[in-house]
Design a protein around this ligand. Structure first.
Ligand SMILES: Nc1ncnc2c1ncn2[C@@H]1O[C@H](COP(=O)(O)OP(=O)(O)O[C@H]2O[C@H](CO)[C@@H](O)[C@H](O)[C@H]2O)[C@@H](O)[C@H]1O
Ligand SMILES: O=P(O)(O)OC[C@H](O)CO
Length: 723
């Protein structure tokens, strides 16, 4: 099995320094707890921050390093400034609230981007240093979004995965980030990008389209010549370990004590990192509402809320703590008696045994975050209930809600609704509790953390590696093969190859530099030039009619072989479908603002270049489906292009030009074809063996060389002229 290199901001263990001793303890938080056991099993390494070590003596530090090495953890020490600017600053003041839809918590001006970028460089450097060929690198979470891209630069052939543990928000939210483009490109350095939920994949794909113009095809997107996969991998927990612990006599004793101490009380439990995304204040208010509404429950209801301190140096967390403290005090002041306290609040971390005892003892578990990537507490609770009892009240804004449909799902913003759900849970008959819990447990056990790790890594390791599928060689290298005498025939696509795209087709007229270049190529007795375009005859005539070049319009339907010769159509092509299809495209143009229909002699095209990228792509899919559905019997082809859907007669393609032209040339002529889009693939396929095919862009292609785009195509043609 390939060695696994985990890279995350926090290691699964944190250094804990006391007066005279130092030790490493389990880190809190979903990522660290969830991945600990898979790491123990994998035999690989884990690179990350072990927490604050600034006060350790040299001897203590080496003691810690020894302990970390035994756990196969490689520490990356963050300086005080990095903790404050990279971790607390950009990661937790900007990205954390933004990904949780809390724009009002993002500072007006972010000053920590630079520190974030530099810290990401340090993680990438350390991972690259420990990398051995054949390793799989798995980068985790929002603190390290630039690391996949940085690793790709350092290790072009490495297999790199990235998992985003928190929500990926809608593109409307992500778009507000000034550094959105850099962050997206950073993620795209990975081979596989995973999220907890399908909705996050959708948001991510929409954001790629909107900001980088990259269209995700179901689960893959092309970026810089590489295919990057994206997918939903809902994270699980070590269900067996929780269940085993929940059956231990020590835990059962603890549960017994808990029940004896609160003999007549029903027990509600909440367990969270103390984070403003976890919805603790509204949860407290809901408990308060239950007590207000149901006097009979006063003195008979106990809510144990355990909150582990988190990010205590960030002001928002300190303020949140005060809010929670105040609410707890208020509710206890209102409804406490000399015999009972309704809210039992613990501000600390619990060990696993204490945690599981609470899960096992709870009548109702309240997991009500206002937004959460997944939420593992909900799953831990179910795993810890082999008695198939207890009710889970779960926020519909937690990623876990997509899987845990048998929980009582609540809107965490609706305090009354949550109070209703708590009452419903308290009154729920045993048979219903059992039915729901049994179904929840089946899901938690089937999709546990080992399943999660295996499904992510199987997908990642099953992908063809960059080394197995090397990038196409640089087109400029092809020039060597064209050196020396001998005739050359150039087949050149126009839009996207000789010129860049314009918002309206008529705006992409050839510039002076291109006209000069074409004139110089035509002036060479050993070179003949053919422009093979999807454009109509009239346009090619207007732009190039005076040049001694071959012109081929509408993807080869019309050809003017030489200057002075007439245009001729390919024989036997049917156009009868056109009047039937045109009204369908017109209707789309009318309903999608900014789109329009282009009509040529033989084909029709619906362009949506100026339409909002996400909406345009959706509409294009709908149009294609409609066309397939209505006109599958017609002799026509439906061709998705770059922000265009084109309908052409069957049997016409750019490839048909090549043999026609070569009929008039000597057999030893050297053929060069250059193009950028899917229609040029027919051209490449028709080039005889030994010819040179150059794809201008980063799409899938059957060409043998690649250049980046029109400027490089021109550089190639100039070099052919010896310039
Ligand atoms: N008082 C306490 N004492 C001891 N342990 C405690 C504790 N309170 C919480 N924990 C433990 O910490 C973990 C919390 O994980 P969560 O998934 O609930 O949220 P978190 O926001 O940390 O994780 C992030 O990563 C995870 C995993 O991807 C996502 O589910 C989540 O949405 C995302 O925010 C659980 O394993 C829990 O047992
Ligand atoms: O304590 P933090 O800041 O490392 O966050 C822990 C959470 O699991 C983050 O996903």
């Amino acid at each position: 099995m390939a060695r696994l290199l985990l890279v995350s901001n926090r290691l699964p263990v944190t250094v804990k320094a006391e007066k005279d001793s130092v030790s490493v303890v389990r880190s809190a938080g979903g990522l660290a707890t969830g991945l600990s056991r898979p790491h123990e099993r994998s035999g690989g390494m884990w690179i990350g921050w072990p927490g604050d070590v600034s006060r350790l003596t040299d001897a203590q530090r080496s003691q810690v390093e020894k302990q970390l090495a035994d756990l196969r953890c490689v520490p990356l020490y963050l300086s005080a400034s990095e903790v404050s600017r990279f971790y607390e600053g950009y990661s937790n003041r900007v990205l954390w609230p933004l990904c949780h839809y809390m724009l009002d918590r993002v500072p007006r001006q972010d000053r920590d981007w630079d520190a974030y970028r530099k810290a990401n460089e340090r993680f990438a450097d350390l991972a690259a240093k420990h990398y051995q060929p054949g390793d799989t690198i798995w980068v985790h979470d929002y603190q390290l979004m630039l690391v996949p891209g940085m690793l790709r630069q350092r290790l072009p052939h490495a297999r790199i995965g990235y998992f985003h543990h928190i929500p990926f928000p809608s593109s409307e939210i992500f778009s507000t980030l000034p550094r959105r483009g850099e962050l997206l490109k950073g993620l795209l350095g990975a081979d596989l990008i995973g999220f907890h939920a399908v909705s996050y994949v959708r948001h991510f794909s929409g954001t790629l389209l909107r900001h980088l113009g990259l269209d995700t095809d179901v689960d893959r997107v092309l970026f810089q010549g590489r295919e990057v996969r994206v997918g939903a991998f809902p994270m699980g927990i070590d269900a067996t370990a929780f269940e085993t612990l929940a059956r231990e006599p020590a835990v059962m004793d603890e549960v017994k004590v808990l029940h004896e101490r609160s003999r007549d009380e029903r027990l509600l439990v909440g367990i969270d990192r103390l984070d403003y995304t976890k919805g603790i204040p509204r949860r407290l208010l809901a408990v308060q509402r239950v007590l207000e509404r149901e006097p009979a429950l006063r003195g008979r209801l106990r809510f144990i809320q355990v909150a582990v301190p988190s990010r205590t140096q960030v002001q928002a967390y300190a303020e949140y703590r005060e809010t929670v403290d105040e609410l707890v005090g208020r509710i206890n002041g209102l409804y406490g008696t000399v015999h009972s306290t309704p809210v039992h609040y613990l501000y600390r971390s619990l060990n696993e045994k204490q945690l599981v005892s609470l899960y096992r003892g709870a009548d109702v578990m309240l997991v009500t975050p206002v937004r959460d990537g997944m939420n593992l507490v909900a799953k831990e609770f179910c795993a810890a209930r082999p008695d198939e009892d207890g009710v889970l009240v779960l926020s519909e804004f937690a990623g876990a809600a997509a899987e845990m449909r048998d929980a009582l799902l609540v809107n965490p913003y609706d305090v009354e609704g949550m109070a209703d759900a708590i009452e419903q849970a308290l009154e729920m008959p045993r048979s219903e509790r059992q039915e729901r819990m049994s179904s929840l447990r089946a899901g938690v056990k089937a999709r546990d953390v080992h399943w999660w790790v295996a499904s992510f890594l199987d997908r990642l390791q099953g992908l063809p590696s960059v080394a197995e599928k090397p990038p196409l060689p640089d087109g400029m290298l092809a020039l060597d093969k064209l050196k020396g005498p001998g005739r050359k025939v150039l087949f050149l696509d126009y839009d996207g190859t000789l010129v860049g795209f314009a918002s309206m087709p008529e705006l992409a007229a050839p510039d002076a530099e291109l006209m000069t270049l074409l004139q110089e190529l035509c002036a060479r007795p050993d070179i003949s030039v053919h422009i093979v375009s999807g454009r109509p005859r009239e346009t090619l005539d207007a732009w190039f009619g005076e040049l001694p070049v071959g012109l081929h319009a509408e993807h080869g339907l019309w050809s003017r072989m030489r200057l002075g010769q007439p245009w001729q159509a390919l024989p036997g092509v049917s156009f009868e479908w056109k009047p039937k299809v045109k009204p369908v495209l017109d209707a789309f143009a009318a309903r999608v603002t900014g789109s329009f229909v282009e009509e040529k002699t033989a084909s029709l095209a619906w362009h949506y270049r100026k339409v909002d990228a996400e909406f345009g792509a959706l509409q294009a899919r709908e149009l294609r489906l409609l066309l397939y559905e209505k006109f599958s019997q017609e002799p026509m082809h439906i061709l998705p292009g770059d922000r265009v859907v084109e309908v052409r007669p069957r049997g016409v393609n750019k490839g048909r030009v090549v043999p026609e032209v070569l009929k008039q040339e000597a057999p030893d002529v050297r053929v060069v074809a250059m193009g950028d889009d899917v229609t040029d693939e027919d051209l490449f396929a028709a080039v005889p063996p030994g010819g040179i095919t150059v794809h201008a862009g980063n799409k899938h292609t059957c060409a043998t060389y690649r250049v980046e785009g029109p400027p490089e195509v021109r550089r190639f043609l100039k070099a052919l002229l010896g310039k």
